[in-house]
Design a binder for this molecule. Structure first.
Ligand code: HSE
Length: 436
């Protein structure tokens, strides 16, 4: 059979990795796909740049449209990143009848509904395994491996840069910005690193996971995101003393009231496997009604781990070329006409437990005032600890762990606690999950 011609948009870290993996494993790949897969064309902004791959034999161009309009190209692999410009490119590729493989999480999270609708109309595949958790085949696991389950919730460390920062801060006491700079040098961080540390990147990935887990439209605008920049070494230390680790989690939960979509720092029991996922590694814990909890772990970024997912998608597309479009695995796991508009909850309606750290005067009645406010808001206390004052300070740190409560009640209670004359500064609140 004649080889499949692939056109690559972008020859950066992941593009270079994809060229290398496809070349190195060409024999194994064609044994799996049933056909040879060859990158015949590629585009890059700067053709003179040093690359991690050998582009010998690939027809290079600076204009991606050369590839999109080339009738010999059957699969377009998009590894440029960004949204608006790339969206137009891919819609044009689909219009031209090409299958698409992309690692672009923001594109899928923000414009996936429109892109998939157009792809279905044209009978082409848009595959996006590499968009979430790099080399971990989590899309395939949820969309296909767990398709007999009702997914109840999932929780993931889905931003390697953020996990790398939290790990280095905890293990080595390193400074936040120093670690971030290293992540940028290593090629893990986004072009705009606030996407990593403020939870935007994880929010894009969570949007995609929630959609294929629950059969809902992609709706990034409804994801609650909170970053890691407010986490102090003190919180990390106190959490550890209480038997918890702080991780930046993306959580999607299907509740009776609606769906929770949230990204925020989270205390989790240190005995959980996911609490021990360190450095740039990613992990996603999925709870299905039949399978129970299952954990998927691996490299969430980097040239070849991400290329592993890109190449797997290319092979999937090649295998599906002879199947009727109606009989293919649906883009978002559920049949397009079965996507349900289940409401996504506002953060006020989240139900979780909390770690609170506050600084208070060391005098009788202070704790009683705090606990009375919590009781007034139906918030039950799990544990309470008074720490030694920090050096040169008279206020004492108080740590409270609560039981599960409604976030609206917690917000109101925190406002009242912060208004107490005996409490100084802000209450540092971190959500807690047992993930049991
Ligand atoms: N900036 C992302 C991360 C890259 O750190 O996880 C992979 O999506």
């Amino acid at each position: 059979m004649k080889p499949i011609n692939v056109g690559l948009l972008g020859l950066g870290t992941v593009g270079g990795g994809t060229v290398n993996v496809l070349k190195r494993n060409a024999v194994e790949i064609s044994r799996r796909a049933g056909r040879q897969i060859v990158i015949t064309r590629a585009s890059a902004k700067d053709l003179g740049k040093n690359r991690i791959c050998d582009t010998h034999g690939i027809n290079l161009s600076t204009d991606p449209m050369d590839i999109i309009n080339d009738p010999t190209i059957e699969i377009v692999v998009e590894l440029i990143g960004g949204t608006d410009f790339v969206k137009e490119l891919l819609l044009k590729a689909i219009e031209n009848g090409k299958h698409v493989v992309t690692a672009n999480k923001s594109l899928i999270a923000l414009h996936g509904n429109e892109i998939f609708a157009k792809a279905s109309k044209k009978g082409v595949i848009v595959a996006f395994e590499a968009a979430v958790a790099g080399g971990i085949p989590i899309i395939k696991a949820i969309r296909e491996g767990l398709s007999g389950n009702q997914i109840q919730w999932l929780a993931g460390i889905i931003n390697g840069t953020g996990n790398f920062i939290l790990t280095e801060m905890r293990d080595k006491g390193r400074d936040f910005y120093d670690v971030l700079a290293e992540a940028q040098t290593l090629g893990y961080a986004e072009a705009d690193p606030t996407f990593d540390v403020e939870g935007i990147d994880a929010g894009h990935k969570l949007t995609i996971l929630a959609s294929i887990a629950f059969g809902i439209p992609l709706q990034f605008d409804k994801v609650y995101t909170e970053g890691i920049s407010r986490i102090t070494r003190l919180d990390v230390e106190y959490a550890e003393q209480l038997g918890y680790r702080i991780k930046h989690l993306g959580i999607a939960r299907n509740t009776a009231d609606g769906i929770e979509l949230r990204v925020h720092p989270t205390l989790i029991p240190e005995r959980r496997l996911i609490a021990n996922v360190n450095g740039v590694m990613n992990a996603v814990l999925v709870k299905g009604d039949a399978v129970g909890a299952s954990l998927y772990y691996g490299a969430g970024a980097g040239a070849e781990p991400t290329a592993s997912s890109v190449v797997a998608d290319i092979i999937d597309v090649v295998r599906a070329l002879t199947s009727d479009p109606e009989n293919r695995v649906p883009h978002l796991a559920f049949q397009a006409d079965a996507i349900a508009d289940i409401p996504v909850l506002k953060s006020d309606c989240f139900k979780t437990s909390y770690y609170l750290r506050l600084n208070a005067e060391d005098k009788p009645g202070v704790l009683a005032d705090v606990t009375r406010i919590l009781a007034d808001h139906h918030i039950s206390i799990e544990a309470i600890i008074q720490k030694e004052p920090l050096r040169d300070e008279t206020a004492i740190p108080i740590i409270l762990l609560t039981q599960i409560t409604l976030e609206k009640e917690m917000n109101a209670a925190i406002t009242k606690i912060e208004a107490l004359k005996t409490v100084t500064g802000k209450v540092n609140r971190i959500r807690m999950e047992t993930l049991g």
